[in-house]
Design a protein around this ligand. Sequence first.
Ligand SMILES: Cc1cc2nc3c(=O)[nH]c(=O)nc-3n(C[C@H](O)[C@H](O)[C@H](O)COP(=O)(O)OP(=O)(O)OC[C@H]3O[C@@H](n4cnc5c(N)ncnc54)[C@H](O)[C@@H]3O)c2cc1C
Length: 148
Amino acid sequence: MLSAIIVDHAKHPDRAPAGKGLLTLMADARSIPELLTAPERQTAERLVRAATRYVPGLEKSAGRHFVHAFTHGLPEATPDALRRRGPFMGRAVRPVEYAGDWVMLRPASEGAVRSGALAASRVLSRLRPPRSAGRTRPASRPTEENVS
Ligand SMILES: Cc1cc2nc3c(=O)[nH]c(=O)nc-3n(C[C@H](O)[C@H](O)[C@H](O)COP(=O)(O)OP(=O)(O)OC[C@H]3O[C@@H](n4cnc5c(N)ncnc54)[C@H](O)[C@@H]3O)c2cc1C
């Protein structure tokens, strides 16, 4: 029934009014087809009941519920994409690098940010060492001229 509980009020201080909490209960993929057509109240009740196992007392203390449903919510990596991922991630550094949540096969902002950091570090690894390397002059800061 339940795939995740997101503690939203811990993600940002203004997500819930002072003294209140905000949880996101994500339904399990197998339950979604059935829940998409279920009345919202029933969906909320079932998810809250399942989450009470992990958040004792939730069933009694939960105040307001909002049900959001996305029929095509999450892209899923196909077996072919998984097969190609190893060679893609192991490819040599090239002048063109890629960033985006798809790089991590994970449709979330964390994956998007990580892929950006990875692309940046791959680009930086192409910077030639400064000409002064090995001499006593301090190394210059890398500039665009250093990028080959
Ligand atoms: C409804 C919904 C809820 C979500 N909730 C969460 C959440 O709670 N937590 C979480 O971590 N993630 C969440 N995500 C996922 C998260 O938003 C994405 O994983 C993340 O924004 C992807 O970042 P990105 O930079 O890879 O791509 P995007 O944010 O999609 O950025 C790509 C950009 O490229 C532009 N672009 C596309 N094609 C071209 C082109 N040809 N030329 C120029 N520009 C182009 C687009 O306009 C866009 O601005 C949610 C996504 C959706 C749809």
